[in-house]
Design a protein around this ligand. Structure first.
Ligand code: 13P
Length: 249
């Protein structure tokens, strides 16, 4: 255990309409209560950000977008800016999720997104993680080190107030195959060590993501360098997400 306050965030990916988000958030707020022992956030699709923020007004549950464009405005069809996210009532964004990297988001864009989103006032959850081939080749450490150095290129020490990093091995995302607690610990410790080149590593929260469930969450989050979870599938149901929040505290 460390003094870092855990964060449990639910990434809904391409699930839930605005009305569905509203219903989910009302149920989640009731289950989480007024004073959870950990920070809690949901990451709805863009079209449900406003409904989620509205339904969670006054509740201790934050709303983060699943991505954010690096520019303030312009000819970027299908993208949205940090100011647009903030105007929905949301207060953060994931950046560099592996599903976005696979869809074309580049290291250079991710580094600028981290910088500009923090400047705009968003909390950024920067995502990193290796593929199965990279792990099997014994190159996890080198891969994650390169991703973190690149993404934090423009980060300053003061940015720690708005920066969280999630380690999500691609082979564990949506597969039901979770990293073992020892694997999660080892990789999160690497993330923390590399991030310490830029920010205070004792303060930085490093989350684990990849098939986190109510059954495995407690053991994963009991690891010294694992300060919470980024949850996909198991965050879509209010009871199962609230169960993960409950064991994180
Ligand atoms: P799953 O929990 O569904 O494996 O998704 C993890 C993830 O990608 C969260 O961002």
């Amino acid at each position: 255990m460390s003094s870092r306050r855990p964060l449990v965030a639910g990434n809904w990916k391409m699930h839930k309409t605005g009305p569905e988000a509203r219903e989910f958030c009302a149920a989640l707020a009731g289950l989480v209560g007024e004073d959870p022992a950990v920070d809690v956030a949901v990451c709805p699709p863009y079209t449900a950000l406003e409904a989620s923020a509205d339904a969670l007004a006054g509740a201790p549950i934050a709303v983060y977008a699943q991505n954010v464009h690096e520019n303030e405005k312009g000819a970027h069809t299908g993208d949205i800016s940090a100011a647009m996210i903030l105007a929905t009532g949301a207060d953060g964004a994931l950046v560099g999720h592996s599903e976005r990297r696979a869809a074309g988001d580049t290291d250079a864009q991710i580094a600028i997104r981290v910088r500009n989103a923090i400047d705009a006032g968003l909390l950024v959850v920067l995502c990193c993680g290796e593929s199965l081939e990279t792990r099997q080749a014994g190159e996890t450490e080198a891969w994650v080190t390169r991703q973190i150095r690149s993404a934090l290129e423009h980060v300053q020490p003061a940015d720690i107030a708005r920066l969280v990093i999630a380690y999500e091995p691609i082979w564990a995302i949506g597969t039901g195959e979770t990293a073992s607690p020892a694997q999660a610990q080892e990789a999160c410790a690497i993330v923390r060590r590399v991030a310490t080149e830029k920010v205070d590593g004792e303060v930085l929260r490093v989350l684990y993501g990849g098939s986190v469930s109510p059954a495995n969450a407690a053991e994963l989050m009991s690891q010294h360098d694992v300060d919470g979870a980024l949850v996909g599938g198991a965050s879509l149901d209010p009871e199962s997400f609230a169960a993960i929040v409950a064991v994180a505290g």
